[in-house]
Design a protein around this ligand. Sequence first.
Ligand code: PRX
Length: 655
Amino acid sequence: MSSQIDHLLNEDRRFAPPADFAANAVGTADLYSRASEDRDAFWAEQARQLHWHRPFTEVLDWTNPPFAQWFADGALNVAYNCLDRHVEAGYGDRVALLWEGEPGDQRQVTYAELTAEVKRVANVMEGLGIGQGDRVAIYLPMIPEAIAAMLAVARIGAVHSVVFGGFSADSLRSRIDDAGARLVITADGGYRKGKVSPLKPAVDQALAAASNRSEQETVEHVLVVKRGGNRVKWVEDRDIWWHDVVPQASPEHEAQAFPAENPLFILYTSGTTGKPKGILHTSGGYLTQAAFTNRVVHDIRPESDVFWCTADIGWITGHSYVAYGPLANGATQVLYEGTPDSPHPARWWELVEKYGVTILYTAPTAIRSFMKTGRSALENYDLSSIRLLGSVGEPINPEAWMWYHDVIGGHVAPIVDTWWQTETGAIMISALPGVTALKPGSAQVPIPGIGVDVVDESGEHVGNGNGGLLVLTEPWPSMLRGIWGDPERFVETYWEKFRDRGYYFAGDGARLDDDGDVWLLGRVDDVMNVSGHRLSTTEIESALVAHEATAEAAVVGAADETTGQAVVAFVILKESFLRAHSPEGLAQQLRLWVGEQIGPIARPRDIYIVSELPKTRSGKIMRRLLRDVAEGRDVGDTTTLADTAVMSVISAQVR
Ligand code: PRX
């Protein structure tokens, strides 16, 4: 790790913004000075780019930290801001979504069409008794209906909880329960890797599990989009086909104003414990920062750009830069249902050429896997429409940065490496592409209006050239407002560590270089980052020990060339099972089991069956040593182990 960091910090290539880009950039250098002169006035100015049914007079209320309120006496409608106002301004014919399904079917949805669809869905939901504050779970593939569903929920002041379609029935169940969802919106299935991947059966399974639960079922209805054409079971009175009710519903629906702090969505993400946290975001501040960053970081020009953020709506990136940011700005964007390499390895590049994508925003893991496939796969495609590239989700190593810049960006397109989190709601650290000279591998500087620092354990600024913990020093408009149903965990997880200073603790290690630019060094807690997705070691350990064959398990995130980190598990099996089965067979069973329990993304890359785990005298598992084994290094200092011989036993078993 340290040699890797030295290598990173010796990275001295610099890329100044191309002159024509800088001359026309949306985000300009004066934003920094304006924001530092008066932060509140700066954010108020950004918020006023939205339509407020009732203008706000207060900007930030931070009298009860860490519970912030932004623009609290203002009222707006999030969906109106993303839809109606563009239609009313005369842009109804502009394409909002250039959608393509994995099999190649296409739909183009204009702002006028999307507005009408969202109004219909809003009417349907109100007809089902859903209103302000009710929670709606969304479990859909990347189809236009997914965007319509999110916006319709927002339109009626309800709260969505989008659950990534790759999550299992169990994960869906626990998210439905935690949020107390009344409605689930799903599809029969969606296309993934050339076949239909069913969704409705997982919903059925999740809801069937209700019969042996102590809690009462909260879900009253399941609204089902027909997409995969796969056969589905039907529960009369509960299940409703989208096509039976939405097209018939009225396309008239007046957007009501809701307070700026009305909850907009809950999005579950992994923390250091086994239980995912429901991150809560509200309306006015969230939309302000999502739209602002999309304008100045992605340099969006709605009249001419074709934006493509490749994230699934099941993640925060899909919320802020597929659903809300680009639509609030009235932009045209590509929405693609499938996987990057289906039906052929250059599927994305085919789409870039076909739709003339000008701005591409994706994750380093995707870039690295395209690097592996090689340039020949994309030689036949014209990528010259691209003028800006973005990276998100994990550190981008300089090699991947250069490949992205040269091969995809034609040696000219700037790359914005954007650091942020589910909790921050929108981009926090990033270059402004028309202003900042870029450094491959560094996320660089806080965006205007955001306070960032790197500090030591006591909260003291570390100074340039040093490493420490990343903190956010000032409240920001799109900050999480809490963890759903658990205010104590909210305070404890993010605010307790630097309580005296009022800093938000991000959970990331970082380093400041000699210019004061930020280099992200990965998580400092038990959270892994696999292909840009957050997974908790504890959650996977809990899934493993829930299997009858497992006695004990420890999980680590090991460095992986393509996925950034990979899940590696060390498992002690019960004697009785070892006698009756082969270790390989059991390891395979456990991999599948984790996939069923959490979702395929959580499946361990490697499972090592071992007879012991390294523990301190107080019984704490030393994951650091297991990571050494998983990454093929010499095992580090073992002196604090209760039994120092354990690591040689484990190393021998792993080999
Ligand atoms: O460790 C950081 C990493 O992803 C974490 C947040 O994950 P999630 O909430 O799933 O949101 C991902 C998409 C915004 C962070 O704590 N991370 C995100 N972006 C970067 C990053 N690490 C380095 N560089 C980035 N640009």
